[in-house]
Write a protein that binds this ligand. Structure first.
Ligand code: AMP
Length: 513
């Protein structure tokens, strides 16, 4: 196989499954099979004595070795350490993700002959901290991360490519407005985009990083346990391996219910076995509130985009969980249109990422860009201010979410007391009025203010936020020479030393040095 861009690939690093793709010499994205011959690889890591095993083998071990399995690390990105301990050790979630990336890249290298550059996708709703952690995972896996792009944008690019929007002959210059509904294994995202010729513009995005197919599985597990424990004792959830087996049964049952009206969940524990029947309507009842949450976010995002359903040309379904008939019915009901399933929900994101990687390589080689991407910020950016009435901290938003990037904003604040000699500017990301409920993404201090500065002296704070996550902060204090220019980049959450240490461990193929 020949890769049009040397060794650059696109990676969909999913919560439950991941995929890797490249652009072939004809310019078409292709998914690369893993060593087991499959297009998707379970994002599951098994900790063996001295090494780790990733993918299908690790997933199989959930029935016998559940305590040694790491799953859904994507949901824990942004935390310092993954919640579970392995052999008395806790690992950062980005290291677990790095093992998944390494497996994908190793298998891809077998076919392409050396892969070291990649575009990795993240949910549009990921905040800066999680984006940085994903970038770090790439570095630890030994990759040069060319870009981190949003999953719905990647899907829209793949859709555009599939439908000829990216041809140079201008056949597709008609404006298309699409709504991308992305329900994966662990995250949910909804994004409204415009595709105009070769320009991809995000109008609004929202989502939930704690909602995905995994939660649907969980409902089936609870249902099966309820039925089982009516007849038998004890609760199989007490035993991690029994729970692992049951979870796999339930995930299988969920998939069957996408194709059939009823199925059975096998539940066996301590010599007792039961075959539990479940029908599609029952399953839909058990999970209705989860689906309703996605409906709420979908309506809200459409409203935020300033459009109505009549303005939407296509509804694009992405992510394995959109195979559930209830999801398709919901989108049909909401939009009055049949959702578009022309791109494979498992492959579209990796394909879009591969096209993006190919674009970056071509641009570096001097070729004009085949398409451009314009984004919005998925979370509001602001500073910690003080409420003049209550004197309590409150979020002072400068750039509200869903603002087109790059964005600039200015806002005036005031010094709190007379003779204040310094000002601490704490930068936060999030929607809550309470800054403690937002993510703290950086801080800077204006020092050496002149003495005798009166209380309530205006402080002029300006932000410039770019697509690559770079935030420039300028602070000026009225009537003084005091000013500050600070730049927050998508810095690594782990220190450079930690990254090189983990990189050495992961490259060596072990669990520790
Ligand atoms: P993704 O992260 O996009 O690969 O999505 C993986 C999720 O899709 C997992 O929760 C799977 O259980 C779920 N999934 C895959 N196929 C089906 C199906 N046929 N019916 C229901 N859910 C599915």
């Amino acid at each position: 196989m020949t890769n049009a861009n040397g060794e650059a690939v696109g990676i969909d690093l999913g919560t439950t499954y991941s995929a890797i793709a490249f652009v072939d010499e004809t310019g078409r994205p292709q998914t690369l099979n893993n060593a087991e011959g499959e297009k998707v690889t379970p994002s599951v890591v098994l900790f063996e004595e001295s090494q780790v095993v990733v993918g299908k083998e690790a997933l199989k071990a959930i029935a016998t070795d559940a305590p040694r399995i790491a799953q859904c690390a994507k949901r824990e990105l942004g935390h310092r350490l993954f919640g579970k301990t392995f052999g008395g050790k806790q690992y950062p979630p980005e290291v677990i993700q790095a093992w998944v990336l390494q497996k994908l890249v190793r298998d891809a290298s077998q076919q392409l002959g050396g892969v070291n550059r990649a575009v990795i996708t993240v949910p549009a709703y990921f905040d800066e901290v999680r984006r940085k952690a994903t970038q770090d995972a790439g570095l630890i896996a030994g990759l040069e991360v060319l870009d981190i792009i949003n999953e719905p944008t990647a899907a829209a690019i793949a859709f555009g490519a599939e439908h000829g929007f990216l041809r140079a002959d201008g056949t597709s210059s008609k404006l298309q407005r699409i709504l991308v509904y992305d329900l994966g294994g662990g995250t949910f995202d909804v994004t409204v985009m415009e595709i105009h010729g070769s320009e991809f513009t995000t109008l609004a995005t929202d989502g939930d990083v704690q909602l995905g197919g995994f939660d649907w599985d969980q409902r089936l597990v609870n249902y099966a346990v309820e039925r089982f424990t009516k007849a038998h004792e004890p609760d199989p959830r007490q035993d991690a391996n029994a729970l692992g087996r049951l979870w796999r049964e339930c995930e299988d049952a969920k998939r069957s219910l996408s194709a059939r009206e009823k199925t059975f969940i096998g539940c066996e524990y301590r010599g007792n076995a039961m075959r539990i029947e479940i029908t599609r309507p029952q399953f839909q009842d058990l999970t209705r509130d989860l689906l309703d949450r996605t409906a709420f976010t979908t309506r809200q995002t459409l409203r935020a985009s300033g459009l109505q359903w009549a303005d939407i040309d296509r509804v694009l379904l992405i992510g394995g969980s959109t195979r559930m008939p209830a999801v398709r019915d919901l989108l049909h009901q909401l939009s009055g249109k049949h959702p578009d399933v022309s791109v494979s929900p498992d492959e579209a994101v990796a394909h879009g990422a591969a096209l993006r990687a190919s674009l970056i390589c071509a641009q570096a080689a001097g070729t004009p860009p085949a398409f451009t991407i314009k984004n919005v910020n998925s979370h509001s950016l602001g500073v910690v201010a003080t409420d003049p009435e209550t004197k309590r901290p409150r979020t002072g938003v400068l750039i509200p979410r869903n603002t087109k990037l790059p964005a600039e904003a200015r806002r005036l604040f005031k010094t709190q007391k007379a003779n204040q000699r310094s000002i601490l500017v704490q930068i936060v990301e999030g929607e809550s009025a309470d800054p403690n409920a937002c993510s703290q993404i950086g801080r800077c201090v204006v020092r050496n203010l002149p003495p005798d500065l009166p209380a309530a002296t205006p402080i002029d704070i300006a932000f410039r936020y770019e697509e690559n996550g770079r935030l420039q902060i300028r602070v000026r204090v009225a009537g003084t020479k005091a000013k500050l220019h600070h730049e927050l980049t998508r810095e690594n959450s782990l220190t450079p030393e930690e990254i090189s240490m983990w990189r050495a461990i992961v490259q060596k193929g072990g669990r520790s040095l």
